[in-house]
Design a binder for this molecule. Structure first.
Ligand SMILES: NC(=O)c1ccc[n+]([C@@H]2O[C@H](COP(=O)([O-])OP(=O)(O)OC[C@H]3O[C@@H](n4cnc5c(N)ncnc54)[C@H](OP(=O)(O)O)[C@@H]3O)[C@@H](O)[C@H]2O)c1
Length: 330
């Protein structure tokens, strides 16, 4: 069968033949892949920089996707660390890491949205005791995951949502109650963040690095009530793998820093959230722009400048025109 195949961590995947395994494990089945999202995590898998990466090559990238079983069921699956990912005409899934979708679910929409939406959905539902009415700040709200985090927080009942990120135009499109643009003058950002976050309960952080240090330094001294808990959830690190945490931040307020991702949430915990999240995605609860590309165009697609305004979805089989997303907000 054909697949996107990585043969070197310094080259894009090539469209070529890749063999299915000769034997399957007890819970494994082969599915025909209908759609697989090209998430930042997939790029990190393909260039060997993700924290779960081994040096094993060749590999087929892709960590999740939508497939069709031999019996005709439509499934969303999350793959284990494997050299046969989802960017292939067929892949091997573990039935314990998949859910059945409604037959009319849109594979493109599901493949585009599940991974970025999961980042905040699982963080709020599995890593802290989030209760409706609590106020949420999304740090790094302009990427696919950040934009979805604003919507997920609202869907899960957040009282007040603050979106912080770079890109004034991108921030303007969000359904946040308050937005703070990081490109402004540093004093202005500090004041705006302090005001916006004085009674925030949860920060969902996609940036880390210097912006996290700066945000913590701006927010903590301006809290209205030092006794109010502040859960800071580390989810992404697009601005840096390390952040300097001010010691006083941990002493001056009830700050709790936790991470959310593969490992800090068990596979069972992740899978337990998938059906409800897929229903929300299929019910158009969230807006995400998806762009479908053919598997055979993978090499060209990979080397195009990436944009965070749309999620690329690789389509190994011809699909009817769907790919609907919630209409863009005014
Ligand atoms: N832990 C989990 O469960 C989980 C799940 C999904 C994703 N993630 C992680 O979440 C992060 C975001 O993923 P994504 O899918 O949203 O990626 P994405 O769509 O590529 O978006 C990345 C966003 O980060 C912005 N950005 C990059 N560097 C920045 C900086 N220095 N300061 C401020 N903003 C910056 C980009 O802005 P520009 O457009 O201006 O460049 C873009 O808006 C990644 O690290 C990903 O691995 C984690």
């Amino acid at each position: 069968m054909k697949a996107a195949v990585v043969t070197s961590f310094t080259e894009p995947p090539h469209y070529q033949d890749f063999a299915l395994p000769a034997q399957l494990g007890e819970h494994e089945i082969i599915v025909e892949v209908l759609a697989a999202g090209l998430h930042p995590r997939v790029r990190a898998q393909a260039d060997g920089t993700h924290y779960t990466s081994t040096d094993q090559l060749p590999l087929v990238p892709g960590i999740d996707g939508v497939g069709r079983t031999a019996e005709g069921a439509l499934v969303y699956f999350v793959l284990p660390d494997t050299s046969l990912g989802s960017m292939a005409q067929q892949t091997v899934i573990d039935t314990r890491r998949s859910i059945e979708l409604a037959q009319d679910a849109d594979p493109i929409q599901i493949a585009a949205a599940m991974n970025p939406a999961m980042s905040s959905w699982i963080a709020l539902r599995r890593r802290i005791s989030f209760t409706p009415g609590q106020n949420v700040l999304v740090l790094g709200a302009t990427g696919s995951a950040g934009r979805l985090a604003v919507q997920v927080a609202k869907t899960l009942g957040a009282g007040h949502v603050t979106a912080v990120g770079r890109g004034v135009d991108a921030l303007r499109l969000l359904e946040a109650d308050v937005t703070v643009a990081l490109e402004s003058d540093k004093n202005a950002v500090t004041n705006q963040l302090g005001d916006a976050a004085k009674d925030v309960d949860v920060v969902i952080d996609y940036l880390w690095g210097e912006p996290t240090h700066d945000a913590m330094s701006a927010i903590i001294p301006r809290r209205t009530d030092d006794a109010q808990s502040l859960a800071w959830i580390q989810v992404g690190s697009v601005a840096g793998a390390e952040a300097a945490i001010p010691a006083a931040a941990l002493r001056a307020t009830r700050l709790q820093i936790v991470g959310s991702g593969q490992g800090s949430v068990s596979t069972r915990g992740i899978v337990a959230e998938l059906s409800e999240l897929a229903k929300a995605v299929s019910g158009n609860a969230f807006m995400i722009e998806a762009r479908r590309v053919r598997l055979e165009d993978i090499e060209r697609t990979w080397t195009e400048p990436a944009t965070s305004q749309e999620r690329i979805v690789v389509v190994p089989q011809p699909l009817p025109e769907q790919g609907r997303t919630r209409p863009a907000l005014a």
